[in-house]
Write a protein that binds this ligand. Sequence first.
Ligand SMILES: NC(=O)c1ccc[n+]([C@@H]2O[C@H](COP(=O)([O-])OP(=O)(O)OC[C@H]3O[C@@H](n4cnc5c(N)ncnc54)[C@H](O)[C@@H]3O)[C@@H](O)[C@H]2O)c1
Ligand SMILES: [Zn+2]
Ligand SMILES: [Zn+2]
Length: 400
Amino acid sequence: MRALTWQGTEKVSVETVPDPRIEQPTDAIVRVTSTAICGSDLHLYKILGMYLDAGDILGHEAMGVVEEVGSGAGSLAVGDRVVIPFNISCGTCWMCSRGLFAQCETTQVRSQDMGASLFGFTKLYGQVPGGQAEYLRVPQAQFGPIVVPDDGSPDERYLYLSDVAPTAWQAVEYAQVPAGGTVVVVGLGPIGQMAARIAAHRGASKVIGLDLVPERLAMARRHGIEVIDVSAVDDLAAAVRDLTGGRGPDSAIDAVGMEAHGSSAAAAAQKMAGLLPDALSRPLIEKAGVDRLAALLTAFDLVRRGGTVSISGVYGGAVDGLPMMQLFDKGVTLRMGQANVKRWIDDLMPLVQDAADPLGVLDLRTHRLPLESAPDAYEMFQKKHDGCIKVVLDPTVTSV
Ligand SMILES: NC(=O)c1ccc[n+]([C@@H]2O[C@H](COP(=O)([O-])OP(=O)(O)OC[C@H]3O[C@@H](n4cnc5c(N)ncnc54)[C@H](O)[C@@H]3O)[C@@H](O)[C@H]2O)c1
Ligand SMILES: [Zn+2]
Ligand SMILES: [Zn+2]
């Protein structure tokens, strides 16, 4: 089959690789019909190469049609239209039974001291081949796949159930926005867009979105979000306080993560880590402060005293300097983590199926391209060229 593979820092290519096959009774094989590129893939593309091997298949936002099932794949049936959650979880262990699917004790990567295995996501998360490919082997298929109706609707109606929608739902849940309260969303990539829309849908009286890319600001604005271009204001904290009665928002969501704009020293450290041999760069990432904290520091600064900061953006360093005095003095609550995808599907399914499209799932993707175009698509998404906000790759189209 054809699959998008990581080959080196900022280098990916579509290669012919062996077709996946059933390895465990609980496996299924899915023929992928749509598979998106995520901001998390950009971290792998640029700075986390020390955790990847050349040839690793990327991708963790896939959906398609079940081709084959193992004898232990439960009620899943050949021909089912399914969305595949990015976490691989068993559904029955101690963690799963508490809804902590990103910490599944059956698939935890204990050798790395990490949580549940993830598709297409480095050795830290099990080095499981990802979904930017024609076919995907799905472990724990008795629990993971979300069966969606074969109702003729475009894949994008359901595709974001794999990651973007539950991640954004969890971001809002963890933000603990009080009824009628206010929330600022830092970063308006796909996660920030969806988090802002969900916060508004769930009753926040004011949602403020921050970014510096004009078309991302414009997309949020057309979904009723008040936006601020962070590159155009001198005093961001004052601008946000002005919109929130002088006090600051009840909650702040970091939807940016470790590659934020505006953190030049850490950007240099990340670049250096990306260029070093793996044996030298892993300790640098794991034991030194290499995260670009601009977005997180913005969230800490903006949230009101006694408010909550919810972190969806991914971070990787160990000893980055955090403003503990500010956090302690303001009495800030922090919540964070990989999304526990299946925990939020019952909340989301009626919304994505609603013909009125209250979350605007049909207004997020800006590009739908053949899988063969994936290398160009990575570069376009990373550089935010051509108005790119979300790319969906189509492995069923063979010619470019
Ligand atoms: N927690 C999870 O389970 C989970 C799931 C999916 C994605 N993520 C993470 O969420 C983050 C966002 O993902 P995405 O797909 O939306 O990515 P993205 O890269 O498209 O979006 C990031 C956005 O932040 C903006 N930005 C950068 N620096 C900023 C700053 N200082 N102030 C304001 N805006 C700034 C960028 O312009 C961009 O629009 C990534 O870190 C990704 O790894 C986490
Ligand atoms: Zn993702
Ligand atoms: Zn489990």
